[in-house]
Design a protein around this ligand. Structure first.
Ligand SMILES: *Cc1c(COP(=O)(O)O)cnc(C)c1O
Length: 390
């Protein structure tokens, strides 16, 4: 029976789910027995490395882990984070005050506005972008101001076009590099611009760093936002173990950076959740200590897929950004199509699902996102199928 109880306004006002139509068509296609090549989901197809699974198995047997964890995370986990930061980025963090465990970085993104945003406050969110930035803002009663990421600006926001009265009301800005969905990386000067703006207008920056380890060139490893002078005065950085270590199902990540902001986020968490299962944190420690002998072959796998898809798309006249990082490829839809039209065309005529760019925000119109989540042979097949329908 249908409930007669009305949904809360914040749920009623959720933006329409733009992938609805694609999801329905995907289901229909599968129902008809179509051999679907699914390039639409940002979820690694490769299993979690064995040493991490083993660490969970051993930790799960310890009764001390069966009790409530501490909301801020085990000290051992926070120390492993600090030591990883120091090795990878040369950034020093105090594990006691500058690191917080998260139940996946999505949780931190959703909760941070609750700690800092009042009704009427503005949160600057990239468009196209990970949808939780704007939705977390809305749940906190704030107003999302969308910053378009345009190709001509290297998919970095143009801060000079944000009106002064918006900046005056701004409490928080989300940034995400390497970027989902565009795969763009950004440089030191661009990050510096953001820090200067935050200092000038007294707001927080939350840098979503989910993809810093999914890179293709050892000489061009993506940087941490916290490497920059002054960053720790205004920023926290959120990391996810999900994509780097194929751990999307495990729900573990962390926030690092400014101690006051970490404290504010922690306040929300103590009142809403009880932290991450400690055995999963033990596995997280094993993950953060993973060496390049495990990670380099993973990068090679994604690089081979990227090359196959990128070269294939070029050969059939589809323009795309060649990713230096992330496992996404952001391509222009051919003339005569819009994002959704092209996604539907690929589904119905080639049995390929990909994500229409406008689903990540209006500024993504005209693009489509392919996830590199199938093997090289399947990717070749995808290119062959596209060749026939373009
Ligand atoms: C996948 C993803 C996340 C969420 O990661 P979890 O740690 O699994 O919650 C956050 N931000 C971006 C940009 C992502 O693509």
């Amino acid at each position: 029976m249908k409930s007669t109880i009305e949904l809360a306004e914040r749920v009623k006002h959720l933006p329409p789910y733009l992938f609805d139509k694609i999801d329905k068509l995907k289901k229909q296609a599968r129902g008809k027995g179509v051999d679907l090549i699914d390039l639409s989901i940002g979820d690694p197809d490769i299993p979690t490395p064995a040493h991490i699974v083993e660490a969970l198995r051993a930790a799960a047997l310890k009764p001390e882990h069966h009790r409530y964890p501490s909301y801020e995370g085990m000290l051992g986990y926070r120390e492993a984070v600090a030591s990883w930061y120091s090795r990878r980025f040369g950034v020093r963090l105090d594990p006691g005050t500058e690191v917080l465990s998260l139940i996946g970085s999505k949780e931190g993104i959703g909760h941070l506005p609750l700690a800092y945003v009042n009704p009427g406050d503005v949160v600057l969110c990239p468009s196209p972008g990970y949808p939780v930035y704007a939705i977390g803002t809305m749940f906190a009663g704030g107003e999302a101001y969308l910053m378009p990421l345009l190709e001509e600006n290297g998919y970095f926001p143009d801060f000079s076009v944000i009106p002064d009265d918006v900046l005056k009301r701004t409490k928080l800005m989300f940034l995400n590099y390497p970027n989902n969905p565009t795969s763009a990386v950004c440089n030191r000067e661009q990050f510096m611009e953001a820090i200067e703006l935050a200092h000038r207008h007294n707001f927080i920056i939350c840098h979503d760093a989910a993809y810093t380890e999914m890179y293709y060139y050892d000489r061009k490893r993506p940087m941490s936002f916290l490497e920059l002078d002054g960053a720790k005065d205004v920023a926290v950085e959120l990391h996810s173990l999900s994509k780097t270590y194929n751990m999307t199902g495990w729900r573990i990540g962390f926030a690092a950076g400014n101690a006051d902001i970490i404290f504010g986020l922690g306040k929300i968490k103590t009142n809403l959740d009880s932290g991450v299962f400690q055995a999963v944190q033990e596995a997280g420690i094993a993950a953060l200590n993973t060496g390049d002998t495990v990670l380099a072959p993973l990068r090679d796998t994604y690089r081979a897929r990227r090359d196959t898809l990128y070269d294939g798309l070029r050969s059939i006249g589809i323009d795309a950004l060649k990713p230096e990082a992330t496992f996404y490829l952001w391509a222009k839809v051919p003339t005569g199509f819009n994002s959704e039209g092209f996604a539907v065309h690929l589904l119905e005529n080639a049995g390929i699902s990909a994500t229409p760019g406008n689903g990540f925000g209006a500024a993504g119109e005209g693009y489509i996102r392919f996830a590199l989540t199938v093997g090289v042979e399947r990717m070749k097949e995808a290119v062959q199928r596209m060749r026939k329908v373009i």
